[in-house]
Design a protein around this ligand. Sequence first.
Ligand code: AP5
Ligand code: ZN
Length: 215
Amino acid sequence: KRLILVGPPGSGKGTQSPIIKDEYCLCHLATGDMLRAAVAAKTPLGVKAKEAMDKGELVSDDLVVGIIDEAMKKPSCQKGFILDGFPRTVVQAEKLDEMLKNQGSKVDKVLNFSIDDAILEERITGRWIHPSSGRTYHTKFAPPKVQGVDDVTGEPLIQRKDDTAEVLKSRLEAFHRQTEPVIDYYSKKGMVATLPAEKPPKEVTVEVQKVLSEK
Ligand code: AP5
Ligand code: ZN
């Protein structure tokens, strides 16, 4: 399957992705994770992306289209993929269509993580992540076995620099202004399944599975 996950910051894209990935053996491409890795490694790409990310604004279409184009060439992505956080502008969506068309393929489904903005601050400010794997925890909703420590590796967890109430406001604004039109773009093609993302994680998983088992 070729899937796109779209939804505001904190809607649960990164939480559901590994579950879908394991069930369908897809590759998980999260532009946010890739950009954070580039920022941490201070690569030229990371240096260019950092300022926008810290402010909660989108980085340029050319930069993210470039990383996705490169990442999708991986052999593990040939059978299917989950795009988490991409495309986020209509320009990105058009570029993706073009890329896939050149390979003779297309997106199967767009999962729209629908949730009220008011719930998101608590989710974002309570999040802790294990940077190298992308595993995500929450102090209240999904606590690690040992506080501040990744369950699998025992390595320390960190908080994202953009996970403040302040930066969340710009991220939400970018979502409504630039990414909601992407949902319309795919709705017109009849490709969108809307999920109730305010439900507890396990219930959202069940909803995702329902959609993915449909023909
Ligand atoms: P990115 O990393 O994509 O961040 P985002 O879209 O803001 O999404 P988040 O990762 O914050 O949310 P999520 O939906 O994955 O939530 P999660 O599952 O972790 O992008 C970061 C930045 O990179 C952007 O601002 C931009 O600058 C740049 N960027 C990235 N892609 C780009 C692109 N294509 N174009 C341009 N710029 C780009 O859940 C959040 C928390 O809630 C966790 O703690 C989790 O445990 C908890 N939780 C999850 N589900 C539930 C639930 N059902 N109930 C209760 N708690 C839950
Ligand atoms: Zn995420």
